[in-house]
Design a protein around this ligand. Structure first.
Ligand SMILES: Cc1cc2nc3c(=O)[nH]c(=O)nc-3n(C[C@H](O)[C@H](O)[C@H](O)COP(=O)(O)OP(=O)(O)OC[C@H]3O[C@@H](n4cnc5c(N)ncnc54)[C@H](O)[C@@H]3O)c2cc1C
Length: 310
């Protein structure tokens, strides 16, 4: 039986473990904390339970694809959010509710942006074209090198190119008149860990995903239910979990990683080794790579975030 080690029990590590177990691997997950879930986690205080990270997600069909791939009935009950979210502006106790239904949304904005529906339809049409023109070329692809990424980009219709060089904020300024509409539809830039001033306008496709495509969802029982259910499935497949163990060093032969070493000096090896740690910290702290020009370009242009440089 081939073996696999996954560093990190975040959602990516758990989902990968499920896929590998489906493909006949004996999987071990090594996690530095004492619980699974990574950023998707939870804590309880005074009888309340809080999410530490994600509270909703888009592209709910990714779960369907995962469970179909593993031939498992989806154990999660996904709940569409309606309204998607509410936004409070300082000094106003009445939130603006963001609905997918543009007529309802127009009613929310009637005193703020009277032509919201018309303007938003135009904006979303353009964002939708970009989404469908890039979905299977860039969005759902992984890139192992800058070259493969640039080659993929060269297949995207050139009419979208100006959006690479304009900021999201400029795009919104050209579309809406009210500060409220500009601020609200720029919030998706923060999901990327960036700001609308630094994020290229191509990310308006995230407005398309929230308002038109699949919307936002959460899970009955709370977001941590995703981790709980995955853990049940993984344990049933004899996936081994090693908690409180941090990988601090790797050994390699040429391009191939051969051994992982933890803080206590214990070493681990497997036929396949997968790192689902935070790429930036692992690259610096464990692989000892210096900040490169490319990394600077990640800061400069959020678009390069698609790349993984381990
Ligand atoms: C406050 C907050 C709010 C968010 N809100 C949303 C949201 O609403 N919707 C949404 O879709 N996303 C949201 N996100 C992003 C989302 O949480 C992450 O994209 C997702 O959880 C990342 O999963 P991951 O498996 O890639 O990595 P992580 O969750 O980061 O998992 C990595 C795991 O690897 C472990 N690890 C790292 N290094 C080592 C090592 N050397 N040895 C052993 N173990 C190691 C870590 O302890 C961790 O458990 C939010 C994030 C935060 C922080």
């Amino acid at each position: 039986m081939p073996s696999a080690i996954i560093i990190g029990s975040g959602l990516g590590g758990l989902a990968t473990a499920l896929r590998l177990s489906q493909n006949g691997y004996k999987v071990t997950i090594i996690e530095k904390h004492n619980t699974a879930g990574g950023r998707l986690n939870t804590f309880s205080k005074d009888g309340f339970t809080f999410d530490t990270g994600p509270s909703f997600f888009s592209m709910s069909y990714a779960f369907t694809e995962l469970f179909d791939y593993c031939k498992i009935k989806n154990p999660l009950t996904l709940q569409p959010l309606n309204p998607l979210y509410s936004v409070y502006f300082e000094g106003n106790n009445v939130p603006l509710k963001i609905y997918k239904d543009l007529d309802k949304l127009q009613t929310e904005f009637k005193h703020i942006e009277p032509e919201l529906k018309k303007r938003l339809e135009k904006y979303l049409k353009k964002a939708g074209q970009l989404f469908y023109d890039t979905e299977h070329i860039v969005i759902d692809k992984n890139f192992d090198s800058t070259l493969s990424y640039l080659l993929a980009l060269s297949r995207v219709p050139w009419k979208h190119a100006p959006m690479m060089f304009r900021s999201m904020w400029t795009e919104l300024e050209n579309t809406f008149t009210s500060q409220e509409a500009k601020v609200i539809f720029s919030l998706v830039a923060f999901f990327l860990g960036s700001t609308p001033f630094e994020t290229p306008a191509v990310y308006s496709l995230l407005n398309f995903t929230e308002l038109v495509h699949d919307g936002y969802w959460n899970v009955k029982g709370g977001m941590y239910k995703i981790v709980d259910e995955l853990m049940v499935l993984l344990k049933a497949r004899n996936v081994e979990f090693i908690f409180n163990t941090e990988i601090v060093k790797i050994e390699s032969q040429g391009e191939r990683v051969t051994k992982l070493i933890d803080k206590a000096g214990t070493s681990y090896t497997a036929d396949v080794i997968i790192c689902n740690s935070d790429a930036a910290s692992f690259r610096g702290q464990v692989l000892g790579r210096k900040i490169s020009l490319l990394k600077n370009s990640i800061r400069w242009n959020g678009h390069f975030r698609h790349l993984q440089f381990i």
